[in-house]
Design a protein around this ligand. Sequence first.
Ligand SMILES: [Zn+2]
Length: 263
Amino acid sequence: METKIKLNVVHILAIVLCVFLTNPKLVGQNSDSLNFSKESQHFKFYSTNDDMIVLDSIAKTLERNYARITNHLGIQIDKKINVKVFPNLKTFHIAMNYPDAPDWVVGSCNGDELMMVSPLNPGSVHTYASLLQVIVHEFVHMAVSYSRGDKGWTVLPRWLSEGYAQYEAGQINDYIRKSVVASLKEKAPPTWAQLDTLSAMEFGNMNGYGLSVTIVEFLVVTYGLDKLVLLIKEPENIEVIYGLSINTLEKQWIQYLKHEQIE
Ligand SMILES: [Zn+2]
């Protein structure tokens, strides 16, 4: 029973806080205790000695997803990406300069580094397996940032950024779809613009991750991945790219969720 509740919490709150910190002074207080431990074709890993045994799993997971994600976005990354594995939530949250973060905050992409909590010590919300999805999610954020060049990552609508990261990391399932549909019965969903005005914590607490990944899934299933990638590069042109108003797209998303015919 306890396990089931734990999994449900993971699915509802979904995933992670993704921070794209631009000020290097804000981070790194704890990074000194992490040593260079391993490298793979596209990544370099830093961890404590105790966490070295999980680096193979993390490296294999990232490498298995690397080509698909970079191909989808049409990019080449010309250097190895640093991945820092923190031994527990406390050291990770301090390194993020966010010492009181809730337990569901377990990964971030920080400039051109990825940071995560060790899957050996996932805390009260996540599991070993869900942390392996989290690091792929964080890599997607970084890849999206590369794909946008000078425009970077932060000006993307949050629903698009978080929705796409979850979509590529395989963080959608029937439980999430059903939780979003159930929430529609209680009240009208936020508009996509409203999802963008929330703080990161509000977004997480109101199932913003779940809502976002269903929006991205709807757009990909209905209109294809090429248009979504175009949207990631030019989100301001959403109505041109889809040939529809945002209002119509939002209505179609609800129809998609309810398995109604899209008009
Ligand atoms: Zn994210």
